[in-house]
Design a protein around this ligand. Sequence first.
Ligand SMILES: *[C@@H]1O[C@H](CO)[C@@H](O)[C@H](O)[C@H]1NC(C)=O
Length: 175
Amino acid sequence: MASFSTTLASSMMLTLLLLSFCEAKDIVVGGKTDAWKVPSSESDSLNHWAESSRFRIGDSLVWKYDAQKDSVLQVNKEAYVNCNTTNPIAEHKDGNTKVELDRSGPFYFISGVKGNCEKGEKLVVVVLSTRHRLISPAPSPMEFEGGPAVAPISGASSLKGGLLVVLAVLAWGLF
Ligand SMILES: *[C@@H]1O[C@H](CO)[C@@H](O)[C@H](O)[C@H]1NC(C)=O
């Protein structure tokens, strides 16, 4: 039988884990300082990095770069595809740029340095809709109702769902 403290400890860890899923994060583009540059190869590209990362509404992208040498332009899809730096949605050149991902869907960024976007210094980040936040693919309502013992947790109810799971674990440990 699990002791109370063991149960409590594991519950707390579970809660922390769930909170870490829910919490809005600052995500450093490329995972490190000075990643905003012309990539040396395809596998070094920021889009390669972006494909292996998850972005959710409320998260912020953070670019760290030398403000003397580069800038970040948020652009529309057309300007992204054509590397058109003429009329960006927003221009950032402070060397420590933060952009909040305040909606679902794609966000497009290119370098403001002439020629760099063409050489691959560009980034598209796709923010998942709330439906897909924690578990993907999202279960249909049908699956949810008739579904497995562990209920899928989604969107706005994720925190509540997380606490329910913790309570269930506690109850299981105690009785
Ligand atoms: C770049 O975009 C601007 C407007 O946003 C447009 O007037 C211009 O023709 C575009 N340039 C190229 C090369 O597509």
